[in-house]
Design a protein around this ligand. Sequence first.
Ligand SMILES: [Zn+2]
Ligand SMILES: [Zn+2]
Length: 260
Amino acid sequence: MIKFCNLFSGSSGNSTYIESENAKILVDAGVSCLKITKALASIGVELDEINAIIISHEHIDHTKGLTTIAKKHNTPIYATPKTWSNMESLKIDENCRRTFEAGETFEIADIKVESFSIPHDAADPCGFSIYAGGKKVTVATDIGHVEDSLIDQMSGSDMVLVESNYDCDTLLCGPYPYCLKKRILSDVGHLSNEATSKLVRRLYEAGVSNFVLGHLSKENNFPELAYQTVLNEINSSKQKTPFNLSIAKRDTIDDVMEIV
Ligand SMILES: [Zn+2]
Ligand SMILES: [Zn+2]
């Protein structure tokens, strides 16, 4: 069994809680230590119980809380060497630092973490497939474009948290400066609702049936639009098997999902 709870999701900060029988971990810690402490408390977990934090990449919306968490709680933090060298400014104590190479699999108690590279404009960005109790959960946000290897990696998951970052028209007509729009639209930026819907459909047809859409842009997306775009695409598939689709909330704590 895996317990899964999205604590925060979006360009303003990301953190996902995952629990197995013997371990509790976070994927990313992109909001303050205080906010994470409160979010965990609301699901009955203390930060001191967290066995490890695994970091997808160095962008602030994934790392904001790390300095204080490391200082106050001494939590082991896992990142690739290249990501660590881009997080020097966070001044995290050596004692808390753990490393893995992108593509490597490592263990935290009874949790097996399989890391895989994703295309994004960071030093060494990774997604993670997390295995425990015979279940597999994959978390992949900040994806510039979808390659077949990503589908292969995510296939077989009992649940997938994937980004659905922006609506193309909203982004293009929105207030962001041109260079930022260009960055988001690029091959190493983020996934549009449209691109995510195609990815989800392929995963659905490969047998995945639980999807959470996350990392929605506050300025360039609407939760209903992301949801509807993906839902329409799944419904247009010839396959008619049951599925669950939801949106990870930006900063209210989602319910804890039990994947059994
Ligand atoms: Zn990023
Ligand atoms: Zn991000």
